[in-house]
Write a protein that binds this ligand. Structure first.
Ligand SMILES: O=C(O)CCC(=O)C(=O)O
Ligand SMILES: [Fe+2]
Length: 270
């Protein structure tokens, strides 16, 4: 059993980020940072392989993001972390509901490369419900490159940005990435970006997660997945279709039945 901190260093409920209770989420969890204690040799191996694959496998298409999609397909060592049961148990505790690895091969894990030429990811809300950001390297001379979370209504924030306005700096919360520390967030429906990098580089392993109870809570629309993955010849659309019928729909129907039963029981005063 790996040594996890009893509670994360930083923990922010979703309500404190958005400013209101939301219904489209997997739990009230917002964001946390904690010392992860993952095997440094394993992370080093993953970083080396990712850098070697960058030239041939990394893409830079939209959101000013340079990344390897479905990275565990090319770097099997990532699979060790994805499936690590201690990790999933701890994350489920922090998130407040059981989570499982995001199942689609093209989005289960990514490696992002950030710097003045690679870019850093611009304002967006995640398609996946929950993500764990594990720094693989942060150069000593790094200027920028921290996570910025918009505290407020994401739709309002996006409308501001679309009109050419800039976001109120008082509503932007910075989170510094640190080696040895994970940042985990329910960034679905949360406006965030990485601060532009003027100097230095950052490489990050991104492991995505979803709810085991509510696997249908997901914002990855097909057009968006296509924007990221139309270069990929794997049958990722078929994977999603199969998952909807095999996992999402049965879980959703069971949830609906429980809700209906609860309503009936309440109506009968039991
Ligand atoms: O690495 C970060 O600081 C944020 C990255 C991010 O938002 C993403 O990969 O979706
Ligand atoms: Fe994101």
């Amino acid at each position: 059993m790996r040594n996890y901190p009893a509670s994360p260093d930083v923990q922010l409920p979703r309500k404190d980020i958005l400013g209101y209770e939301s219904a489209w989420n997997i739990s009230p969890f917002g964001l946390a940072q904690f010392e992860h204690n993952y095997d440094p040799d394993l992370l080093l191996k993953i970083e080396k392989k990712a850098l070697a694959l960058k030239e041939t496998h990394a893409i830079h298409k939209h959101l000013d993001l340079t990344f390897i999609t479905g990275a565990d397909r090319f770097i099997p060592e990532i699979g060790e972390l994805i499936r690590d049961s201690d990790r999933l148990r701890y994350l489920s505790e922090v998130i407040g509901t059981p989570v499982e690895p995001y199942p689609f091969s093209v989005v289960s894990s990514t490696v992002t490369f950030m710097g003045p030429t690679d870019g850093s990811v611009s304002w967006h809300g995640d398609g996946v419900p929950v993500t764990e950001l594990i720094p693989l390297s942060l150069s000593d001379d790094l200027q920028g490159g921290h996570l910025q979370v918009y505290r407020g209504n994401p739709d309002e924030g996006r409308a501001f940005l679309n009109s050419g306005a800039t976001l109120d700096p008082e509503k932007i919360e910075p989170f510094q990435h640190r080696l040895g520390y994970s940042t985990v967030g329910q960034f679905l429906g949360v406006l965030h970006r990485t601060a532009p990098i003027t100097q230095g580089t950052r490489t990050t392993l991104v492991l995505n997660l979803r709810s085991r109870v509510m696997p249908w809570v997901d914002d990855n629309r097909l057009f968006y997945l296509a924007a990221d993955n139309d270069h990929d010849q794997s049958n990722w659309v078929d994977e999603i279709r199969a998952d909807v019928y095999d996992n999402q729909l049965p879980a959703y129907r069971a949830f609906e039945e429980r809700s209906t039963k609860r309503e009936k029981d309440l109506a009968h005063g039991s």
